[in-house]
Design a protein around this ligand. Structure first.
Ligand SMILES: Cc1ncc(COP(=O)(O)O)c(C=O)c1O
Length: 369
C-alpha cells in the first residue's frame, strides 16, 4: 500500500503529524461497521471497551478529538455556574477555556509547575467559598504539554486524588499523552488511571492514528457524556473506519513510544553543547529549547531552521518546542542538531567579525596618538 510520506526531512513541530501505519489501513478493511449514532458501531464499541480496560475504568466513549473528550468530561461532571480547577499551564486552561461559553462553568487556575498541581493552592481553592461557587472538578494533565512533556510522580497524583476525594470533588485527567507518561514512570497505564475519575487519551498524537480520542470513566458519567456528544454533534455513523485505526494504534504503538523518549534525550544532549541554547531535560517526547541567550527570538530560529529543512514551533517569544515521534529517527536528530549548530555558528561569525573590526579600528586610532 502506498502511503504519503512527509516531504520535510525533520518535522519536530508535533507528534500529531504522524501518519497511519500500513497495519492501520489493513485493520479498517476487516472492521465490522454499524451506525454509531443509532444502535452502535461494533468497532467503536471494541475500542471504547479496550481503552476502558487498559485504564481500569468501567466504560469509554470514542470522540473525534481530545478537546471534545475534555469538554464532555467537564459537561458531564459540572453544572453551569460551578467551578473547575485546572492547571494554570494545562491545555484545558490555556487552550480550551473558551469552552466556558458552552459549559457555563467558572475556571480557576492552579499553579502546575513541572506538571504537578500545587497542593497548597489546591487546598486553598477547596477551602475558599468564592461567593458560594461549588467546586466540582479538578483537571490535571500528564504528560504535560506546556511543561515540556513533564510527568508528575505517582505519589503526587495520589495526593491530588485523595485531597479532591476528601473535598467531594472529582478529578479529570487530560491524558492526551498518558501513554508517554506511563512509559516514563514505567507503570501500566491503569496505575495512572486509578488516580482520576475520568481520563481522556488521544490516539492521534504519538500513537499515530489519524484521528480520535477516548474518554473513560464510570458507566454513569460516560453514558451522560454519550448523550452530550450527540447534543454537540459529535455522534458519527460508520465511525468504526476511524476506530479500527485507533484499536490498531493501541495494539501496536504504545511500547514504541519509549524510542521517541530516547530520541528526545539524544536531541537534548546534542543541543546542550550549542552555545547560547538552554535545554529543559525531557522526561518524555518533548524538548523545550530556550533561545533567550542567542540574541535571536524563537520566530527567527523557526524561520532559519525551516530553511535548513527542520521544522519546530515557537512556544513563546524565546522558547521553541521540539517533539519527537514515529517519523523521527537517529539521523533526523543528527540533522536537527547540525541545523541548530549551523545557525548558532552563523550568529557567532558576524559577531566575531564585528569585534575584530572594532578592535583593529581602536588599535589604529590609539597608535596614531
Ligand atoms: C495535553 C493536550 N490535551 C488536549 C489536546 C487537544 O487535542 P486535539 O487536537 O485532539 O483536540 C492537546 C493537543 O495538542 C494536548 O496537547
Amino acid at each position: 500500500m502506498t502511503q504519503h510520506q512527509p516531504s520535510i526531512h525533520v518535522d519536530l513541530r508535533s507528534d500529531t503529524v504522524t501518519l497511519p501505519t500500513t497495519s492501520m489501513y489493513e485493520r479498517v478493511l476487516s472492521a465490522p461497521l454499524g451506525d454509531d449514532g443509532l444502535d452502535g458501531d461494533p468497532t467503536a464499541q471494541a475500542l471504547e471497551q479496550s481503552t476502558a480496560i487498559i485504564l481500569g475504568k468501567e466504560a469509554g466513549l470514542y470522540v473525534p478529538s481530545a478537546t471534545m473528550a475534555n469538554l464532555l468530561a467537564i459537561l458531564a461532571q459540572v453544572q453551569r455556574q460551578e467551578m473547575v480547577l485546572a492547571g494554570a499551564a494545562s491545555h484545558i486552561y490555556t487552550a480550551e477555556r473558551g469552552a466556558a461559553t458552552v459549559t457555563g462553568a467558572f475556571y480557576q487556575a492552579i499553579p502546575d509547575q513541572s506538571g504537578a498541581l500545587d497542593p497548597d493552592a489546591l487546598a486553598a481553592a477547596f477551602a475558599s467559598t468564592k461567593g458560594n461557587l461549588k467546586t466540582r472538578l479538578v483537571c490535571a494533565e500528564t504528560s504535560h504539554n506546556n511543561e515540556g512533556g513533564s510527568v508528575a510522580s505517582l505519589e503526587h497524583m495520589r495526593t491530588v486524588y485523595e485531597m479532591s476525594n476528601a473535598a467531594g470533588v472529582n478529578v479529570h485527567l487530560d491524558g492526551a499523552r498518558l501513554f508517554n507518561a506511563a512509559i516514563a514512570l514505567q507503570v501500566p497505564a491503569r496505575v495512572i488511571g486509578a488516580q482520576a475519575d475520568t481520563i481522556s487519551v488521544c490516539l492521534s498524537k504519538g500513537l499515530s492514528a489519524p484521528m480520535g480520542a477516548v474518554l473513560v470513566g464510570p458507566e454513569k458519567t460516560i453514558s451522560e457524556a454519550r448523550w452530550l456528544r450527540k447534543l454537540i454533534g459529535g455522534a458519527q455513523r460508520q465511525v468504526g473506519i476511524a476506530a479500527a485505526m485507533g484499536l490498531e494504534a493501541l495494539d501496536t504503538m504504545v511500547q514504541r513510544l519509549s524510542s521517541d523518549h530516547e530520541h528526545a534525550k539524544d536531541l537534548a544532549g546534542g543541543l546542550e553543547g550549542i552555545q547560547g541554547l538552554r535545554i529543559r531535560q525531557p522526561q518524555t517526547n518533548i524538548v523545550q529549547v530556550d533561545v533567550s541567550n542567542t540574541g535571536m527570538g524563537a520566530k527567527d530560529w523557526e524561520t532559519q531552521l525551516r530553511t535548513r529543512n527542520v521544522l519546530v514551533r515557537p512556544w513563546g517569544p524565546t522558547l521553541l518546542r521540539c517533539v519527537t515521534h514515529r517519523h523521527i529517527d537517529g539521523s533526523s536528530i543528527t540533522a536537527a542538531v547540525q541545523a541548530f549548530q549551523a545557525i548558532a555558528d552563523g550568529r557567532r561569525a558576524p559577531l566575531q567579525q564585528a569585534l575584530t573590526n572594532s578592535f583593529s579600528t581602536f588599535h589604529q586610532a590609539s597608535s596614531r596618538k
